[in-house]
Design a protein around this ligand. Structure first.
Ligand code: AMP
Length: 449
């Protein structure tokens, strides 16, 4: 038996680098998720939900032993717990730092390739990285991502379509000022060539790199190109990237992607220093950023990964995908339109204690009678009996669209007063007609979209 000493006077605080999504913000999240689902459906993606932890080796093998995420940011489950049967080992498992590896694991385990030639999958949910928290960089953050995997995914049109989906999704969230950067790493052979060329170009200037990048230069030279420090940026600027770093096949593929993007009217800038630090990318890589976010300016990123499925023990099938970060999207949206609508459609207010029981029953009848147009209805009750004035204050605070007032006068007359908080219009409705009249009032066009 494990005995823990618990400090009973301790006040608990949220862990660093995480956040509570409070009810008011939750509405904004729901709205964003709704818009995301709508556009993902438009592009024929279906949701997949994988566990939030997996074997650590899955991430090490997919993202690469030398990637910063695997080296420094993995949150590992190392504790052991006892149950009546013995030890449950949690070691060897890690919270997911991203979801591509998990989706690919599931793709292989569930033999998706035997069922369909192209699996268009999407996910949304929390990811975990042991980073030093700062604005836009959390230890638990949320991503919305897509993976298009299968033999039917090996077309440059799909790269363009996935990029268009990413851009259109951000637009549907109301973002306007972001920039799309694209590049190609070419085939696996080209990527190895780029690696060697980078080593050669940076070698004479290694001493000018920051300490982290000196290490990255040895571990994973691609990652040096992501460094935001001025000293490293000047070293990167001096690198003469050339088309001769790529072979004919890779150049041709890249041209096709760019032509397809132009056909879809998607504007982009090419950035030869965009490489992405994860092992699995080949060919197209892209990133969407918003300069107003400061140092953590990436809203999302993705690319093609044609060898990951086979590297993880599955069939040789191609794939392409991306993930966007929800918290960064919300930061970018801040100050624009993230005010939510009303919290409550109908708020029952009791002016006298003897009226509470009747409105308690009436509220439940309204909920049960709801036929679903508009899509959802929220009905609340203020059980704190008080004067009309303070009840109205409570209704305003609760951001109610309609209030139903029931006091002694109404009780005597067998009526309920329905007030539209937007227009101020009031009507006294006989109790037995209340549900019908309220339903009619709420679906009346023009009151709420
Ligand atoms: P990545 O998998 O690193 O390419 O991340 C994809 C997107 O997830 C980024 O563009 C960010 O929007 C978001 N993201 C990644 N790491 C974090 C983090 N630590 N905190 C908040 N958002 C993050």
């Amino acid at each position: 038996m494990i005995v823990m000493v618990i400090d009973m006077s301790k006040k608990f605080k949220i862990p660093r680098g995480t956040s509570d999504i409070l009810p008011q913000e939750s509405l904004v999240w729901q709205d964003l998720e709704k818009k995301a689902r709508k556009i993902l459906n438009l592009y024929n993606y279906r949701e997949i939900r994988t566990p939030i932890f997996e074997e650590t080796d899955l991430f090490a093998r997919s993202m690469g032993q030398t990637s910063d995420v695997v080296q420094k940011q993995m949150l590992n489950l190392t504790s052991q717990r006892l149950d009546e049967k013995g030890h449950i080992q949690l070691s060897g498992l890690s919270l997911r730092p991203e979801n591509t590896a998990s989706v690919v694991r599931s793709y292989i385990e569930n033999s998706f390739d035997k069922k369909e030639s192209l699996s268009r999958l999407f996910y949304l949910g929390p990811m975990f990285r042991g980073e030093r928290p700062q604005k836009g960089r959390l230890r638990q953050f949320h991503q919305i991502g897509v993976e298009a995997i299968g033999p039917g995914s090996s077309s440059p049109y799909l790269d363009a379509e996935v990029i268009a989906l990413c851009v259109n999704m951000l637009k549907s969230f109301g973002l306007k000022k972001f920039e799309l950067k694209i590049n190609t790493l070419g085939t696996l052979a080209c990527k190895n060539n780029i690696h060697d060329r980078l080593i050669g170009c940076i070698e004479p200037r290694v001493d000018r790199l920051c300490d982290d990048c000196k290490e990255r230069y040895i571990r994973n030279v691609f990652r040096v190109l992501d460094c935001k420090k001025n000293s490293c940026k000047s070293v990167i600027k001096a690198i003469a990237f050339g088309k001769d770093w790529l072979d004919e096949e890779s150049l041709q593929y890249y041209e096709q992607v760019k032509t397809a993007l132009a056909e879809l009217d998607i504007s982009y800038t090419e950035d030869p220093s965009l490489v992405r630090g994860l092992d699995y990318y080949t060919h197209t890589v892209f990133e969407v950023s918003d300069a107003s976010l400061g140092s953590q300016d990436a809203l999302g990123a993705g690319g093609r990964y044609n060898h990951l499925v086979s590297q993880l023990g599955g069939p040789q099938v191609d794939a392409v995908g991306f993930a966007v970060g929800v918290e960064r999207i919300l930061l970018a949206k801040q100050g624009s339109d993230n005010e939510s609508e009303e919290d409550l459609d109908l708020y029952f207010l009791a002016i006298e204690e003897t009226c509470v029981n009747e409105i308690f029953q009436m509220a439940e009848q309204v909920r049960r009678s709801w036929k679903g147009a508009p899509e959802s209805l929220s009905v609340g009750i203020n059980y704190q009996v008080s004067s009309m004035k303070s009840q109205m204050r409570a209704a305003n605070k609760a951001r109610a669209r309609f209030v139903a007032i029931y006091g002694l006068d109404e009780k005597r007359q067998g009526k309920i007063k329905l007030k539209n908080m937007e227009t101020g219009a009031e009507q006294d409705i006989p109790k037995e007609e209340f549900i019908e009249k309220f339903n009619a009032a709420i679906i009346e066009p023009g009151i709420k979209e």
